[in-house]
Write a protein that binds this ligand. Structure first.
Ligand code: ZN
Length: 288
C-alpha cells in the first residue's frame, strides 16, 4: 500500500512538473476565467484582469470591461455559451489595460465601445506607461451620464468624480439594483493613479455621491469577489481612515520613506507594488 501511494505521489509530482514545463513554454497563455451568475441575465467573469460583467438582453449583449487582449477569446467563448445573442456594446470603467485592453478585439467582434471622455483621453495620452501600445479608446464618450437601452433593459454609466483615476465610470443596472464599481472598489486598499488624475481626497466624495444617488444592493468590484452596499461602505471608510492617518503623519513632518514604510507595514503595500510606485509619491503632494 505504501508503495502504491509512493507511485501515485510520484505520478502527481510528474504531472505537476509537466504542467510547469508546459506553462513556462507558453508564458503568454491566459489564466482560466471563472463565471458567476449575479442575477437573472447578469454574470461576472473573474480572473486575469478586471471583473467583466455580461448583461444579456433580448436584443444583444452588453459587457462592462474586457480585461486584457489575451482574454478576448475566453470572454467571447463564455458569452457564446450563455446566449446566442450578439455582442453589441462594451462599457469601459476606466482606461487601464486590465479593463480596456481588449477593446481592439471587441471592435473586430462588432461592438461599440463607450467610456468617459477622460478614459478616452487617458488611453490616447498613454497615461498608463506600461499599457500595450495597441489599446484602442472608446469611440462614444460621455462626461457625466449616459445610458444604453437594449432589448427592454437599461444600463446606465455615471461619472461622479475622481478617485482611482480622473475618468472612473460606475455602471448601474437599474432593473437589477446592481452596480459595477470599476476600480473605485478594488482589492483590500485603493490604488490612486495620480498619473491619470486620481485623488484620495475626491475618492470618498465620489463614492458618497454614488451611494446617495443610486438604489443598489449588489456591487461588482473592479477586482475581487461580488459584495454589497455595506461592503462598499466599508471600503470607502477604510480609504478615509488611510487618508486621515497619512495626512496626520505628513503634517508631523514624516518623509515619503516613512509613509512608504507605514503603508507597507499597516496596509501590506509591497515595496514593488503599483501602490508604492504611484500612490505614495502622490500622497506627499495631495495631502501636504
Ligand atoms: Zn485600474
Amino acid at each position: 500500500m505504501n508503495r502504491k501511494i509512493t507511485a501515485r505521489v510520484s505520478a502527481a509530482v510528474l504531472f505537476i512538473l509537466l504542467g510547469v514545463v508546459a506553462y513556462t513554454q507558453n508564458p503568454g497563455a491566459p489564466p482560466e476565467l471563472k463565471i458567476t451568475k449575479v442575477r437573472e441575465s447578469l454574470y461576472v467573469i473573474e480572473g486575469d484582469g478586471g471583473n467583466v460583467a455580461v448583461y444579456v438582453t433580448g436584443n444583444g449583449v452588453i459587457l462592462v470591461d474586457d480585461k486584457f487582449e489575451r482574454d478576448h477569446d475566453a470572454i467571447m467563448g463564455i458569452m457564446q455559451r450563455l446566449t446566442a445573442q450578439p455582442l453589441k456594446y462594451v462599457l469601459n470603467t476606466h482606461h487601464h489595460a486590465d479593463h480596456s485592453g481588449g477593446n481592439a478585439r471587441m471592435y473586430d467582434s462588432g461592438a461599440q465601445i463607450i467610456s468617459t471622455v477622460n478614459s478616452r483621453k487617458n488611453i490616447l495620452e498613454r497615461r498608463q506607461s506600461n499599457a500595450p501600445p495597441n489599446v484602442l479608446p472608446a469611440r462614444i464618450v460621455f462626461t457625466e451620464e449616459t445610458s444604453v437601452f437594449l432589448g427592454g433593459k437599461e444600463v446606465r454609466a455615471h461619472h461622479y468624480g475622481r478617485g482611482h483615476t480622473n475618468g472612473d465610470a460606475i455602471i448601474y443596472f437599474p432593473l437589477l439594483k446592481v452596480i459595477h464599481a470599476g476600480d473605485l472598489m478594488s482589492g483590500a486598499t485603493p490604488l490612486i493613479d495620480y498619473n491619470a488624475g486620481g485623488s484620495v481626497i475626491e475618492w470618498t466624495k465620489t463614492l458618497d455621491t454614488a451611494m446617495q444617488a443610486l438604489d443598489f444592493d449588489t456591487v461588482i468590484p473592479g477586482h475581487g469577489p461580488i459584495t454589497n452596499r455595506a461592503g462598499l461602505q466599508n471600503y470607502r471608510d477604510n480609504i478615509a481612515k488611510i487618508r486621515e492617518s497619512v495626512t496626520e503623519q505628513i503634517h508631523q513632518g514624516k518623509t515619503q520613506g516613512d509613509i512608504a514604510k507605514f503603508m507597507e507595514i499597516e496596509h501590506k503595500w509591497a515595496p514593488t507594488s503599483l501602490q508604492q510606485q504611484l500612490s505614495v509619491p502622490g500622497f506627499m503632494n495631495e495631502l501636504k
